[in-house]
Design a protein around this ligand. Sequence first.
Ligand code: KG4
Ligand code: ZN
Length: 335
Amino acid sequence: MYILGMESSCDETSAAVVEMTEDGGRRICSNIVASQIETHRLYGGVVPEIASRAHIEAVSGIAYEALQTAGITLRDLGLVAVTSHPGLIGALLVGVNFAKSLAFANGIPLVGVNHVKGHVAAAYLSHTELKPPFLAVVVSGGHTSIYRVNDYNDFLEIGATRDDAAGEAFDKIGRVIGLPYPAGAAMDKLACEGRAGSVALPSPALTGDTLDFSFSGIKTAALNYINGLNQKGEEIPRADLAASYTERIVSAVAAKAAKALAETGLTKLVLAGGVAANSHLRRALAATCEKQGATLFTPPISLCGDNAAMIAAAGYYEYLDGNLSDTSLNASACD
Ligand code: KG4
Ligand code: ZN
């Protein structure tokens, strides 16, 4: 079955065609991503109103390009899958309304997809043999959660951040030390040049018998460190700070992933979301999995960030479970 995926929850307008078959076939036929990053960079972060307008301008052209690149027409589609939640409400509404109109005007079934489930589904496309149950660690600009994925549509959240997300923590401190938005990838590079542990920072892993995180403390500690040096007129050791900050975040995620593997007895771990592109995190989780006798499944960097192929893949499993949507499908900012 050919599925058209649509994604517009934040600052990427994306459309993709994915072919999924009952015997386990999973193939990306096209995956077009129009990023608005350059537009938002001017403001140091995503401006929701600008994002919505840019999605409106891009959405039909991107959908057309996805079909063309895949070499199919609307008549070949068996399903339209669209991110319906969570995300920026104005941005989501563009994708949802476009998908609804397209599906109902052409008599194609429609499903609304949870964006976080979409990130996890990216691993189905890169690792075609992957099947639940597994543990999923989703780290993105808006989420940091650990799930026990019992089945394709059965997610149990067993750990989560109590405040900010890991990606937001990277972006915020990166911005303060002068890196362009979104700072995650630049922080990753800069961290390679510094000495981890040279700047004392608290761990985002909450202590005690919990799989939860809190990133507000490490953010505040890094800000205080930067402000202190600025007040004294001293130079900020940017690479050392990036390395120490990254090491604290990465080891917290790895420690909670190790605890979750031990507690659940699961032997497969999916690392997904925009921050899953982080080279230090990928290495750390590979080491954690090796130590615990588990297998790590992490999508290639091209499928870690927001894209519509992952939404199409997640939509297929919603469709198989009969979770179809109708014209009443609405967008929601919340999970
Ligand atoms: O999943 P995503 O594209 O959007 C959300 O659903 O939030 O994630 C975007 C986040 C941004 O915070 C970005 O800075 C971060 O992923 N990111 C990274 C890296 N590449 C992207 N963070 C750390 N290291 C990276 N290499
Ligand atoms: Zn995302």
